[in-house]
Design a protein around this ligand. Structure first.
Ligand SMILES: NC(=O)c1ccc[n+]([C@@H]2O[C@H](COP(=O)([O-])OP(=O)(O)OC[C@H]3O[C@@H](n4cnc5c(N)ncnc54)[C@H](O)[C@@H]3O)[C@@H](O)[C@H]2O)c1
Ligand SMILES: [Zn+2]
Length: 378
């Protein structure tokens, strides 16, 4: 990938239209060193506190901070341990303490540099410190670029479950440098592409067809294909969020594949499978179920499955017993009155929610075996 690291960052801009909370998503290549002026302009901060994890900070915090200082801001760096375990209140409390020690005030900004973990944690800290300070997302995973960094959902986990505490706090700016994806492990990249396929499958048939045309080039991070694809995926999320900032209905469509994905993650103990991998499995299942229930034409699921495979994603649910899946579905957050708002496809590019019971989502014979087979590998 090649791009100008010069004074003015070339790139594409997508506006997230939320009245006085509107913001821009900037997408470019090799643009980290040019983020400073735009962050300064959007936050009007005197101090920028970069929140990150060790592997990301080591690679990318330097150029970003130099650019911030070049734009007249003071900078500080707060590094938390890698992994979802950092998304918890004890870590937030530690960050509050560090912010106080730095003399941070209402005019200070948090700049979250990293994947969805850093975005959710840094964003939640920004949402709550002094009742809310400005916040900028600099996502460095594909998942964070196209999903977690846009939409304003921030939060942390509780011992009882994931993402149970949070807030809506829109960033002032999302700054995507696609070049950072070059160092992202292959499996994490693939997981991000699952969310890209999801966005296309639920909203935009032409985008889906482009993914079918370009899958290998995208997987190889060919910038000429990747940047427009990022733009498309972000635009879909931006449009849905703009029309439904607080998850009234439309935003539910983004949960395509996620009902089963959450069950898979829970049953696997959140370690064996990455979120995007679970989404890939859940999405193929949802597409097959959509065909069976008469919502989608035959062949819909096969197209999704074939595309996901080209991104090296798994497409079959792990063989846990059906009862285990049903148990996991019954505690779904999106449930009301015993029914789950399950996202089905009407075809490629068109989704809707239908209220279904866990047993209707998962009729007998779809998953598991009488005796669950031990899972191979790892
Ligand atoms: N707020 C939302 O709307 C939203 C949406 C989806 C997911 N999420 C949350 O996002 C989190 C998952 O995000 P994620 O998949 O980005 O995970 P992550 O933040 O843990 O990043 C995955 C791994 O990649 C590493 N990494 C990040 N960028 C890198 C780079 N450029 N080069 C090398 N390594 C890099 C990280 O250190 C980490 O080990 C979950 O906690 C999930 O709940 C939030
Ligand atoms: Zn997801």
């Amino acid at each position: 990938m090649r791009g100008p690291a010069g004074r003015r960052a070339a790139g594409r801009r997508i506006e997230v239209d939320l009245a006085e909370r509107s913001y821009t998503v900037h997408i470019g290549v090799d643009t980290l060193a040019a983020a400073g002026p735009e962050i300064a302009r959007r936050t009007r901060a005197g101090l920028a506190v970069v929140v990150s994890v060790p592997g990301v900070a080591r690679r990318y915090a330097g150029p970003l901070e130099r650019s911030l200082r070049g734009a007249g801001l003071r900078t500080a760096r707060l590094v938390v341990p890698d992994g979802d375990r950092s998304k918890r209140l004890a870590v937030v409390a530690r960050l509050y303490g560090r912010l106080i020690a730095l003399g941070a005030d209402r005019s200070s900004a948090i700049v979250a540099l990293g994947g969805g973990v850093v975005g959710d944690l840094g964003g939640f800290t920004a949402a709550t410190f002094l009742r809310g300070i400005p916040f900028v997302q600099v996502p460095t995973t594909l998942l964070a670029m196209i999903d977690a960094s846009v939409g304003g959902k921030v939060g942390v986990n509780l011992p009882q479950g994931k993402n149970l505490v949070g807030a809506f706090h829109q960033p002032r700016l999302v700054w995507i440098d696609a070049a950072t994806l070059r160092t992202l492990p292959a499996r994490e990249r693939s997981a991000g592409f699952a969310e890209m396929v999801k966005a296309a499958a639920l909203w935009d048939a032409a985008f889906f067809a482009r993914l079918e045309r370009d899958a290998e080039a995208l997987a190889a991070l060919d910038a000429s294909r990747l940047v427009p694809a990022l733009e498309c995926a972000v635009a879909i999320k931006a449009e849905i969020v703009a029309r439904d900032e607080r998850e009234g209905g439309l935003r539910m469509l983004l949960n395509l594949g996620h009902t089963l994905a959450h069950a898979v993650e829970k049953l696997s103990g959140y370690r064996r499978v990455l979120h995007g991998e679970a989404v890939a499995m859940g999405m193929v299942y949802a597409a097959r179920r959509s065909e069976e229930l008469g919502f989608a034409a035959a062949g819909t699921a096969a197209r999704i499955e074939a595309l996901l495979r080209r991104f090296a994603l798994p497409t079959e649910l792990p063989r846990f017993p059906r009862e285990a899946y049903l148990g996991a579905l019954r505690v779904d957050k999106k449930r009301s009155g015993g029914r789950i708002r399950y996202v089905v496809l009407r075809g490629i590019g068109r989704a809707e929610t239908v209220p279904l019971t866990a047993a209707e989502i998962l009729p007998p014979g779809r998953v598991g075996r009488a005796r669950p087979r031990a899972r191979k590998g790892r």
